[in-house]
Design a protein around this ligand. Structure first.
Ligand SMILES: Cc1ncc(C[n+]2csc(CCOP(=O)(O)OP(=O)(O)O)c2C)c(N)n1
Ligand code: SF4
Ligand SMILES: [Mg+2]
Length: 283
């Protein structure tokens, strides 16, 4: 049986009170509850405080460029479908610099779990606004307050009929671990947007601010009903819904490549004569 101890314990470099600690623990719990051993899991992350999270557990890791995790994760999943592939990074990384990859990954529906630590700020670079910062949010770089409307990742994902769309909060560990487990078991692009305080650089959206507003969707809520999901996805402000907001059974990207039906790409011999013919075609 897999336990969270299999995922190890490491010294971290986060500020006291940061929501990242709870997310790290919930990720380990979600993996252990899924019965996955570290060797079966590949994390792909970018740059940021959130992107450091997979440095602090035992598993395979590709840490690449800011915003570019999803293309790497897509390639890894196509090459080796036996891996559980998890992208873990921040709101800036996934919705800002990586925004276009977010849209492409939803359209393709590659079987990847996407965990976004959403603190509504650029934490690592000391507090500039991110795409999810609320309008009016004051920072050193935006002293007059943010003028743009915030990006709502949940409503965008539901609009595009992403395979699995959930939201949780770092202050609700059991709920978060359950959402992560559900996302891992869902076949297709599975987003968990995780609200988390950044006590150093976001003095507005604090632990108390989220705690006061987050409510768990009732048991009778049906996440397969797209129209209800659209309404729930747009809720933000005094009340913030938490839970599985939308899910469907769209076929995953990697199942649609005839070339992949003959076994894992990583396990195949290179056909040098076929490669030579392709190269000659460009001569
Ligand atoms: C292409 C590129 N643009 C900008 C940066 C600088 N940069 C590094 S981390 C970061 C912000 C990270 O914010 P977020 O993804 O929200 O993670 P957090 O630190 O808040 O967890 C930025 C702008 C970079 N490394 N690469
Ligand atoms: S800057 Fe914010 S997000 Fe980064 S470790 Fe500190 S509290 Fe956490
Ligand atoms: Mg952030």
């Amino acid at each position: 049986m897999v336990s969270i101890e299999d995922y190890g314990r490491y010294e971290t470099a986060w500020c006291p009170g940061c929501g990242d600690f709870a997310i790290l623990k919930a990720v380990k719990e979600g993996l252990a509850a899924s019965g996955l051993e570290p060797r079966q899991v590949l994390f792909v992350s970018g740059i940021g405080q959130a992107a450091k999270a997979p440095h602090y557990l035992n598993a395979n890791l590709f840490n690449g460029l800011h915003g570019r995790s999803l293309p790497v994760a897509t390639g890894a999943k196509l090459a080796n479908r036996s891996l559980t592939v998890i992208v873990e990074s921040g709101d800036g990384c996934n919705y800002g610099e990586g925004g276009n990859h977010f849209l492409a990954a939803i359209r393709r529906n590659v079987d990847v779990t996407l965990l976004v630590h959403n603190n509504q700020v650029y934490g690592l670079t000391k507090g500039q606004a991110s795409p999810t910062s609320d309008k009016g949010f004051v920072t050193k770089a935006q002293p007059g307050g943010v003028l743009a409307e915030p990006f709502n990742p949940i409503s965008v994902a539901v609009t595009m009929r992403a395979a699995f769309v959930a939201r949780s909060f770092s202050g609700m560990m059991d709920h978060l671990a359950e959402m992560i487990q559900e996302a891992i078991s869902h076949h297709g692009l599975s987003l968990v947007d995780i609200l988390q305080p950044c006590p150093s650089f976001n003095k507005v959206n604090t632990f108390a601010w989220y705690k006061e507003r987050c409510y768990v969707l009732p048991d009778e809520y049906d996440p397969t009903d797209w129209e209800s999901a659209m309404k729930v996805a747009c809720e933000w402000g005094d009340r913030i819904p938490i839970g599985i907001i939308y899910r469907n059974d769209r076929p995953a990207f990697e199942g649609q490549f005839p070339v992949l039906s003959g076994g894992l790409l990583v396990g195949r011999e290179l056909d040098k004569s076929a490669l030579a013919r392709i190269i000659e075609g460009f001569a």
